[in-house]
Structures are given as structure tokens and as C-alpha cells.
Write a protein that binds this ligand. Structure first.
Ligand code: NDP
Length: 362
């Protein structure tokens, strides 16, 4: 069965006429989606705390309200703030202020998938999760290219949630490329798996390659240019999307193709798939979401970010960037967390030591 991909003709903006759309949060996604919808002719207002993002929204010509006020004023509310603060903002500022039959739109499945936020049945609950960073959402709207999104109706209180969803998709610009219906849970799992399985394995392969070469005496400047600073890898990724994962090999020399294809077999027995399956199960079961809710995970996270500032690659990269006259703004810095005497910190000390050893390997 071929799944249906929604495209431009599936969305009709008429269903949104006279409706007010509130965007909560004017960050990466918030700004891009607000500008796109306004350019599509919709009435868009912003809800944000009194902060730097609020000033930016005003400068862009939007009416900006407190989160409570903006919620009361709207028919459709986009919750475009970081996933980890959403529950608190939803519970304390949105839940009691959104009108009956009003829609709530998420750009990530996380909080619904893992039952962290449980909106009542009186609201439409919609997903429009762009597979694109905010800057790209805006740029690709302006160039008419569009971008892929995962979309879904979780609850249909208005009896026209699907029409509303597709109209919003059209206004944001995603239907120009295509929107694909998957559940909140599927979206969240795919996203987390990419971050927790593919990302770290890729990172480790990259760092192992870098230090295999540096330790063998190759100049660090040349190694980093070869491995990622040339931006050649991002072109290869682009070509994979444009012409096909396998077919893009034709852009490389015969020597490169033979070398890569014939040597792949040497890495065949790495236990990557086994570990990836465990990570997938841990995400699907909701155990990762539970772990991330814990106070101790937030403490571990601060330490992990700090350890990363002390890694060999961070120092090496600083030196290489200086030598290549690249901007010093790219240095990675994070303040050292204070170690308190609390029970939680004591409990995680051994775990922290393990993480420190692991991260400091590079
Ligand atoms: P950002 O980190 O860019 O959000 C920043 C906005 O959130 C600002 O307006 C900020 O306002 C507000 N904010 C931050 N903390 C709080 C808080 N405690 N209380 C109230 N407001 C707060 O978010 P993103 O755009 O990256 O993500 C938004 C959603 O989009 C998420 O669900 C994410 O998963 C999803 N998404 C993100 C993508 C991306 O590329 N970034 C891609 C696809 C989906 P201020 O600090 O001024 O109060």
C-alpha cells in the first residue's frame, strides 16, 4: 500500500477565514511559522514572556501578548516552545484559557506521545512537525520549495480538524513539498531515535576517524578540513536526498567507489544494530521520557555539557580554527556546574565519572 502524501491541492485556506492563530514562542519554529502564515494571509498574533524574543516579534510587526492573553484571544494555538518546558507552560498558562473547540498544534509528538500533556477532549489536537530547522522553514517558503512534515489529527473536537490541519499545512508552506500522516508516537520515536542512535554512532565514527589520522601524524588542519570543515559531507547528504542514497556514489571517483564499497565488509561485525534496537525499545517504552523528566537527568546533562568543553577535539578544533582564521565564536564553552552535597548528586557520582571517562576519550 502506498501511503498518502498530502500536497498543495489538499489544503484550502477558506476554513481558516476569520480565525485568529496564536503562536506561543517566537524562537526557531515560532518565528518562521508565524511569518509564513501571515504571508499566507492569516491573522497571526504572538504570545511570549517579556524577553528578547518578544522584542523580535514586535520588530517583525506582530501584536504580542502575554501567554494567557494570547491564548484567550485565539481559535488555534501553536505551542512552539522547547518540549521540556511545555508541560509547565501548558498547565499554568494555557489549559484554562483556551476556548472550547479551539485547536492546539504541536511541532513535535513528544509531550502527547509520552502522556506528559493530556489535553481535554474539547480541543482539536494536531501535529505539524516540520523535518526542517526554523530558518529552512522560512527560506523554503520564500523560495516556494517547501519542506517535508509529519502531520496528524489526534483529537477532532471541531469535526473539521483534518481540514484545519491541511489548511494550516498549506499556510506554513509544507504542502509544497509534502506532508505525511504518522502518529504522535511514531513522530516522537523517529526523532529521538535519530538523535540517540544515529547521532552518537555517527559522532563516534567521525571522532575515531579524526584521531586515527591525527595520532598517525597528519596535520590537524588538513584532517579537520578533510573530515568535515570543507562542507563536502553536507553536499553528499544533499545529493543523497536529490538523486538517491546509492546513486549518489556516481558523483565520486572510481577509486573512491571501489575503496568504500570493498572496505565496508571490515566493519560488518560491529554490534551497532543490536545496540540500536535496545535504544529503540527504550524510547518506545517511554523509559527515556521518564528518565529525562527526572531531576537527576538535568544534573547529569549539565555535567555532560561541561565535560564536552574539556575534550581533546574541542581544544584541537579551537587551535585549528585559529590557524585557519575562522571565527572564534565557534568555541564550545559551558560553565562548570557547582557540585552540591545533595543526595541526588551523590547517587549519580559514579555515573558521572563513567560519562566523564567516555566523553574525554576524544
Ligand atoms: P526554541 O528553543 O527556538 O523556542 C524559543 C521560544 O520559546 C522563545 O520564544 C522563548 O521565549 C520560549 N521559551 C523558552 N523557554 C520558555 C519558558 N520556560 N517559558 C515560556 N517560554 C519559553 O524552540 P524551537 O522552535 O526549537 O522548538 C519549538 C517546537 O518545535 C518544539 O516542539 C520542537 O521540538 C519543535 N521542532 C523544532 C525544530 C527545530 O529545528 N528547532 C524542528 C522541528 C520541530 P523567551 O525565552 O523569550 O521567553
Amino acid at each position: 500500500m502506498v501511503e498518502h502524501i498530502f500536497s498543495e491541492n489538499d489544503g484550502n485556506l477558506d476554513v481558516l477565514l476569520n480565525l485568529t492563530i496564536t503562536i506561543i514562542g517566537y524562537g526557531n519554529q515560532g518565528r518562521a511559522q508565524a511569518l509564513n502564515m501571515r504571508d499566507s494571509g492569516l491573522k497571526v498574533i504572538i504570545g511570549n514572556r517579556k524577553d528578547q524574543y518578544r522584542k523580535r516579534a514586535k520588530k517583525d510587526g506582530f501584536e504580542v501578548f502575554s501567554i494567557e492573553e494570547a491564548t484567550k484571544l485565539c481559535d488555534i494555538l501553536f505551542l512552539l516552545i522547547p518540549d521540556e518546558v511545555m508541560k509547565e507552560i501548558y498547565e499554568n498558562h494555557i489549559k484554562d484559557n483556551l476556548k472550547d473547540k479551539g485547536a492546539i498544534v504541536f511541532a513535535s509528538g513528544y509531550n502527547i506521545a509520552f502522556n506528559i500533556i493530556k489535553p481535554p477532549k474539547k480541543h482539536d489536537v494536531l501535529l505539524i512537525a516540520p523535518r526542517m530547522i526554523g530558518v529552512g522553514v522560512r527560506e523554503r517558503f520564500l523560495t516556494n520549495e517547501g519542506f517535508f512534515s509529519f502531520i496528524h489529527v489526534e483529537n477532532d473536537a471541531s469535526s473539521k480538524a483534518q481540514e484545519i490541519l491541511l489548511a494550516l499545512c498549506k499556510a506554513i508552506g509544507t504542502l509544497k513539498k509534502g506532508a505525511f500522516d504518522i502518529s504522535f508516537k511514531q513522530e516522537a520515536v523517529l526523532d529521538l531515535f535519530n538523535e540517540q542512535a544515529f547521532g552518537p554512532v555517527f559522532g563516534r565514527v567521525l571522532l575515531t576517524s579524526i584521531f586515527t589520522l591525527v595520532d598517525a601524524g597528519y596535520p590537524p588542519e588538513a584532517v579537520l578540513i578533510e573530515m568535515f570543515m570543507s562542507e563536502e559531507m553536507s553536499y553528499i547528504y544533499e545529493k543523497m536526498a536529490q538523486v538517491g542514497l546509492v546513486k549518489q556514489v556516481d558523483f565520486h571517483s572510481q577509486t573512491s567507489q571501489y575503496g568504500a564499497m570493498s572496505r565496508g565488509i571490515k566493519f560488518r561485525n560491529l554490534p551497532i544494530k543490536k545496540e540500536m534496537k535496545k535504544i529503540l525499545e527504550n524510547i518506545e517504552s517511554g523509559n527515556f521520557a521518564k528518565e529525562w523528566e527526572k531531576k537527576s537527568s538535568k544534573i547529569i546533562f549539565r555535567f555532560l555539557k561541561f565535560f564536552a568543553t574539556k575534550t581533546r577535539i574541542n581544544k584541537l578544533e579551537q587551535k585549528v580554527r585559529r590557524n585557519l582564521k575562522l571565527k572564534s565564536i565557534d568555541y564550545y564553552e559551558f560553565e562548570e556546574p557547582t557540585i552540591d552535597d545533595s543526595d541526588i548528586t551523590k547517587k549519580i557520582m559514579r555515573e558521572l565519572k563513567e560519562f566523564e571517562d567516555y566523553i574525554m576519550e576524544f
